[in-house]
Design a protein around this ligand. Structure first.
Ligand code: C5P
Length: 480
């Protein structure tokens, strides 16, 4: 990694940097770090392909969210002097898990419970303890800790620290930061229930809330003091870390909140005997990507998948099945839903005379496999008279006459939309990461009764996001 020597920069740039640094209360070195970090964040790719013309505003908001959530964010964590300080060490890890850079400030009282060494080891950053520390004040220490961050957390926030904050004291590093910061503040109070109930604490808490400070907890439970219980326990580190995320990261739009979505994905395996089966080359990637995108849009998602080598998408209820009949059964138990998307490459036929033992080579030549048709899950669900989902979407993977086949499939299967894609070997769609989609829906106003929209080549993730956006708009129109 190249290093940068500020001394060697042009005089005019140095002068400009000094002014910027002074204005922001940072050292020149830190100002350069901030500029570089911002430039790197701006340069992060937000989308790998051009947005399709069909993509609605929600999609660009989603991509915008993605870029913001990738930005590295700093937290100044002030550890106050209470027994709950030990939990602040776990909080450092929880914050780092969520992608934050954590710099710790440990009050004198807190050092009775945790050491700067443990805080710096866990945060991978120097831990700060003193207001008048030549090493850090040279670098505009408390101002930097107060401003060069996205959030200040105080955990545990003791009664004494909150009293000082409410009254604007600044006689140590922690209180000086809290007075100097122009960033949001999150307090996780922890104290004995009698201290929490004391009129002075009540007054201070009310003042801090009026000042715009956010509180999380305290919760109810047993105290460190033997036999004492009540309100005063510090919130758990994961709760505090989640609150931090909510405070500094824009909430992603959740246009499908409250909607139930069913998705089928992958191939099916149709047994020939206990060791052999009929299968196809479907990877399940597109269905899994749709499940993840629908979950990100706030939907309650059930993904029913045939055998694939993909991990469960986070937050999605995944049901793994083998055959078409298992898949149909799981689909039926998942109904009713608001939207059903059938992306699975279900085998059209299964073996009628499935062997209960492994078929053996015989003198008489090859065994005769008799095939019978599998249930068509998409057509079954589309033709339901009760519990038919308001929006049913099928896929058409074709190797020739794509649009003609897709149009007739839409009519034959009785679904509302068909997502058609060319899977001829030259396209690399089967098992690949990109897809070219034509979205076909019924349209009584057009000559042939169909509306066809062709999307540019996109990654399967972007196809999923665009499809989910389209679904969200349609579902909204249906309910409004
Ligand atoms: O007829 P074809 O297999 O091309 O139809 C594809 C669409 O029908 C896909 O949406 C697929 O998931 C669905 N399908 C189904 N059950 C079957 C066959 C196909 O749900 N037995």
């Amino acid at each position: 990694m190249a290093s940068l020597t500020i001394r060697k920069l042009d005089e005019a740039i140095k002068a400009e940097l000094r002014v910027r640094a002074a204005r922001n209360g940072r050292s020149v070195e830190d100002e350069v770090r901030v500029i570089l970090r911002e430039a790197a964040t701006d340069a992060l790719p937000t989308a790998t392909t051009e947005a399709p013309s069909s993509r609605s505003a929600t999609s660009s908001e989603r991509l915008d969210y993605r870029s913001k959530s990738n930005a590295i964010q700093n937290i100044t964590l002030i550890i106050g002097g209470g027994i709950a300080a030990y939990k602040a060490l776990d909080l450092i890890r929880r914050l780092k898990e969520r992608g934050f850079i954590v710099r710790c400030v440990i009050t004198h009282a807190a050092q009775q419970f945790v050491t700067p060494l443990s805080a710096s080891a866990l945060s991978n950053n120097r831990a700060y303890t003193d207001l008048f520390d030549p090493a850090s004040e040279f670098d505009a220490g408390h101002i930097r800790l107060a401003r060069d961050c996205d959030l200040v957390i105080v955990a545990p926030a003791t009664a004494d620290l909150m009293a000082k904050m409410a009254n604007g004291h600044a006689d140590d590093l922690a209180t000086a930061i809290l007075l100097a910061t122009n960033r949001p503040i999150l307090l996780a109070p922890a104290m004995n229930p009698l201290m929490w109930d004391n009129a002075a604490t009540r007054r201070n808490v009310a003042q801090l809330v009026r000042d715009g400070v956010t509180l999380i907890g305290p919760g109810t439970g047993e105290m460190a003091e033997a036999g004492e219980a009540g309100v005063g326990r510090m919130s758990e580190p994961t709760e505090i870390a989640d609150a931090a995320v909510r405070m500094v990261r824009p909430q992603r739009p959740r246009p499908l909140a409250g909607k139930r979505i069913l998705i089928t994905a992958g191939p099916t395996h149709e047994p020939i005997d206990p060791v052999r089966y009929i299968a196809n080359r479907s990877s399940g990637k597109q269905g899994f990507a749709i499940a993840a995108a629908a979950h990100a849009a706030g939907a309650d998602v059930t993904l029913i998948t045939g055998p694939v080598d993909l991990a469960d998408p986070a937050g999605v209820n995944v049901k793994r099945v083998e055959s078409a009949r298992d898949m149909l059964q799981q689909v039926e138990t998942t109904l009713p839903v608001d939207v059903a998307i059938f992306a699975a490459a279900v085998a059209d036929w299964r073996v009628a005379n499935e062997g209960s033992q492994k078929l053996k080579k015989t003198q008489g030549g090859m065994p005769q496999l008799e095939l019978v048709e599998n249930p068509d899950i998409l057509a079954t669900v589309s033709h339901l008279t009760q519990r038919r989902p308001p929006l049913v979407i099928g896929f058409a993977a074709e190797t020739e006459h794509l649009l003609d086949n897709a149009r007739s499939k839409l009519a034959r299967k009785g679904c509302d939309w068909i997502v058609a894609n060319d899977v001829s070997p030259a396209t690399g769609v089967m098992g690949g990461d990109r897809n070219t989609i034509h979205l076909i829906s019924k349209d009584d106003s057009s000559d042939d009764g169909f509306h066809v929209e062709s999307w540019p080549v996109m990654t399967k993730d972007d196809v999923a996001a665009a499809l989910v956006d389209r679904i969200a708009t349609t579902v909204k129109d249906q309910t409004s």
